[in-house]
Design a protein around this ligand. Structure first.
Ligand code: AMP
Ligand code: ZN
Length: 114
């Protein structure tokens, strides 16, 4: 998608504070962190949101969640835990229309969300 900021980050035309990259996935620190550790894991493929997932995307999303877990553990959250969040569309609070998993850690987070 030409006008998608996360596609531009995935292609390297907009910089990011990169944590991990492979052929399918990219992880980078959130620009506006909401916890001591706050990073995003995205598929390089432009999937707008969870509602537009197709069954063929299931392996990719499985890899994405497993990579999020691996990175969170490597960044100090293995014992304390973390929150893995995917906001979806307006009611879910999604502001960037390219599917991404937030990983928040390093402090105890409240529940329920406001
Ligand atoms: P969401 O509201 O779930 O769509 O989350 C979008 C997230 O992307 C927010 O937490 C933003 O702070 C973050 N974000 C937006 N632009 C950038 C960027 N260029 N680099 C890193 N994070 C970004
Ligand atoms: Zn995109």
């Amino acid at each position: 998608m030409d006008d998608c900021i996360f596609c531009k980050i995935a292609k390297g035309s907009i910089p990011c504070n990169k944590i991990y990259e492979d052929g399918e996935l990219l992880a980078f620190h959130d620009l506006n962190p909401q916890a001591p550790l706050h990073f995003l894991v995205i598929p390089k493929k432009h999937i707008p949101n969870v509602m537009e997932l197709e069954s063929a995307d299931a392996p990719l999303l499985g890899r994405l969640l497993h990579k999020a877990q691996e990175l969170a553990a490597g960044l100090g959250c293995a014992e304390t835990g973390a929150r893995f969040v995917i906001n979806c569309k307006a009611d879910g609070g999604q502001t960037v229309d390219h599917l991404h998993c937030h990983v928040l850690g390093g402090r105890a987070l409240g529940w329920p969300p406001g």
